[in-house]
Ligand binder design. Structure first.
Ligand code: PBG
Length: 335
């Protein structure tokens, strides 16, 4: 075949035609971001008079109750769909069983009441249901005599946490400790307490990830070891589907994949198989990477953020937990 002939024969098909103008691109876009699908994770710390910056997450703070209330109102104003609260108790209140997590006046419960009062009609108010923020050893469960995380004893603590979080007004609870049976156990405890109305957003496929690093600073974590005996091992995809089947059977109202970007393959598989809504959690380390690169001028910050959010949509997420929720929602509103 002669070289010149090619130029006339090809291209026969011209995909570039639909990329030619902003109007064309907008019309044929397969996916769109909407503020209602964003969930803002927020930290609230006991015993501080002013918000405290989280140095490894520029722009994120540990809130006071007052500043949290304001952040919730701003998120609601921007059209954000929900807020996920994490409580950071005073250091001396942490103990082996995580007492601040079941204290009706614990910081997370106080934060729930404040946010529900401030924005509970506009936002879905959620809370992390886990022990790592409230134990003095920093694990997501209670320990047995040998220092191992005791699955079934932990479930009893989760049941009690679920009751006090429901009582404080949470709409959805997020069991995030990766204990076996946690969804079913918490569901039964809520039902028995007359709180069949409170739903569960289950952390279904949660991997033992290095990308949680900055979160440890954000919650003043006391952890010294790792969570590899309860969170999933990064090489494994199949068990994500097993966890999905279990969580759905146990009564999860929605499920989550976490981290986000390094696990988009898992998100796609879970989204294809799930009968319930699927959330992706764009975690602290993912946030830190983009902010750090942008700070150095190595990435165009806003484009990069929006591109990551679109990646979750493309991979099948119905909701995205992101520390950029309010900012991204405002950008969509002002576009
Ligand atoms: C557990 C929990 C963690 C995160 C959310 N819930 C920490 C962990 O599992 O080690 C991490 C979120 C993030 O990194 O942004 N309570």
């Amino acid at each position: 075949m002669q070289g010149g002939g090619f130029a006339q024969e090809f291209p026969r098909v011209r995909p570039r035609r639909l990329r030619g103008t902003p109007a064309l691109r907008r019309m044929v876009a397969e996916h769109r971001l909407h503020p209602a699908e964003f969930i803002l994770p927020a930290f609230v710390r006991e015993g501080i008079a002013e918000p405290v910056a989280v140095s490894s997450m520029p722009g994120v703070v540990q809130h006071t109750l007052d500043s949290l209330r304001k952040a919730a109102a701003e998120a609601a104003e921007a059209g954000v769909g929900g807020i996920m609260l994490f409580g950071v108790p005073e250091e001396e209140k942490k103990d082996a069983v995580g007492t601040p997590g079941t204290d009706p006046d614990g910081i997370l419960q106080r934060a729930l009441r404040a946010v529900v009062a401030e924005a509970g009609n506009a936002l879905v108010v959620m809370s992390d249901l886990c022990l790592d923020e409230v134990t003095d050893h920093g694990h997501c469960g209670v320990l047995d005599a040998a220092g191992r995380v005791d699955n079934d004893a932990t479930l009893e603590r989760y049941a009690e946490m679920a009751r006090v979080q429901a009582e404080a007004g949470a709409h959805l609870l997020g069991p995030s400790g990766m204990m076996d049976g946690q969804v079913g156990h918490v569901r039964r405890a809520l039902d028995a307490a007359g709180r069949a109305d409170v739903g569960l957003l289950a952390y279904t496929a949660k991997y033992a990830s290095a990308f949680y690093g900055p979160f440890r600073e954000a919650v003043n974590s006391s952890l010294t070891g790792d969570r590899k005996t309860y969170q999933q091992d990064p090489p494994n995809a199949r068990e994500a589907l097993r966890e999905l089947a279990l969580d759905v059977a146990e009564g999860a109202d929605a499920v989550m994949v976490k981290p986000g970007l390094p696990y988009l393959d898992i998100l796609r598989q879970v989204a294809d198989a799930s009968p319930v809504p699927v959330a992706a959690y764009q975690i602290s380390g993912e946030y830190a990477m983009v902010e750090a690169a942008a700070e150095r001028g190595w990435l165009e910050r806003e484009r990069a953020i929006d591109e990551t959010l679109m990646a979750f949509k493309r991979a099948g997420a119905d909701m995205v937990l992101t520390y950029w929720a309010t900012e991204a929602a405002r950008r969509l509103r002002d576009a």
